[in-house]
Design a protein. Structure first.
Length: 161
């Protein structure tokens, strides 16, 4: 079997339950695995395809996670770096729910997820204030803390995801 056929076979094999993240911009899946806390110890079955040919995108990555659901926090983090990702929730071999993250109506103004990197920001001082940010730009990503106006750059943000 050719390599291409093997790749296709891997992509079409279905998972009984879990989550499929499709249409990830080519090469970004490792960042998403990091967001999901998948590093050195893996307990469930995971299939990752990196830079496969795509009609709508030049290349894309796909992640299939058996027996794994994503939290809102995780979805928001993925939305920050790959908003066009398509999420499919699989139950009993069937797609139970499917959506593109950018259609999930996560606002450019969002709570939590990140921590302001200004050490003297009130959100870092154990004060009862909510961490709130504004997504100013993507590629490269720029996020502003709504409390102290500190702008965080891609590097600051990536370290936190
Ligand atoms: Zn701040």
């Amino acid at each position: 079997m050719s390599d291409e056929l093997n790749t296709q076979k891997m992509l079409v094999s279905k998972i009984p339950n879990g989550t499929v993240i499709d249409k990830i911009p080519g090469g970004k899946s490792l960042q998403i695995l990091k967001i999901l806390g998948i590093k050195d110890e893996v307990e469930n079955t995971i299939a990752v395809a990196i830079r496969v040919n795509s009609k709508s995108m030049k290349t894309k990555d796909i992640i299939k996670l058996k027996d794994r659901n994503l939290s809102i926090e995780e979805l928001k983090k993925i939305w920050l770096i790959a908003p066009q990702s398509k999420i499919s929730i699989i139950n009993n071999y069937k797609v139970n729910e499917q959506f593109t993250l950018s259609d999930k109506h996560f606002s450019n103004e969002f709570e939590g997820v990140l921590q302001c990197n200004n050490p003297t920001c009130a959100t870092n001082m154990n004060e009862p204030v909510v961490r709130q940010f504004y997504l100013m730009q993507r590629d490269p990503i720029l996020v502003r803390c709504l409390y102290c106006d500190r702008v965080m750059l891609e590097n600051n943000i990536r370290d936190q995801l």
